[in-house]
Ligand binder design. Sequence first.
Ligand SMILES: O=P(O)(O)OC[C@H]1O[C@@H](O)[C@H](O)[C@@H]1O
Length: 241
Amino acid sequence: MNQDFIHTYVSVDCVVFGFDHDNRLNILLVQRYIDDVPADKQRKLPGSLIFSNEDVDDAAHRVLHELTGIKKMVLKQFKCFADPLRASNQSDIKWMGTEYMHNIDRIITVAYLSLCKIDQKINSTKYETVDWHPIDQVPALPFDHNKIINESLTEIRRWIETDFSIIFELLPKKFTIRQLYQLYSALSEKQIDIKNFHKKISSFNYIIPLEEIEKNVSHRAARYYKFDAKIYKKNNTKLIK
Ligand SMILES: O=P(O)(O)OC[C@H]1O[C@@H](O)[C@H](O)[C@@H]1O
């Protein structure tokens, strides 16, 4: 065998999901700066090379903290992206040269999924520009970041099916069943009848009705509910099928 073994850099990239007031899934993108590329073409996933003495999970936590200012966020490693050409684009090589002072054209990246309430204040210590983008309006991104986002959607659907409780990471603390329904529909891509959904949900004792209804709405005001994580954990309730 006459082949070279790989000796390369490793990075992490984080796809952070949020759910907006128009019931759309969004992700957080940051902006990099390269002189001759227009600003609107420089959005990317938040990421970083990992340090030589750092575990990849720790690097992902570090990136999320630098990105949002939040100390603890739900995090799931979902796939490694290692196409030999994924970092070989000239503008990406230039970017890595500016950011890391090295000529880097081969990077293996480990991708993570995270969830964030969209109203949460984002307080980034690393990036000047961090903003939410509806998932169907994500621009062309550097490296293989569009591919990573597409695969993260498949992964988040799988995740919801195995642990329904993660859906509440995306909802406000008090929510209506319609909001829960819209989020579940956006995530699962299944056509679910709202009445059946309502019936199913009201059988779950970890979704607690509150003595509060919506105010100032043009439709019939709906009741608010909250998620009780303790009850959910105790019962380890069956998932929605
Ligand atoms: O420090 P930055 O440029 O954000 O991160 C390094 C980049 O290296 C690439 O593998 C990743 O896709 C990641 O975005």
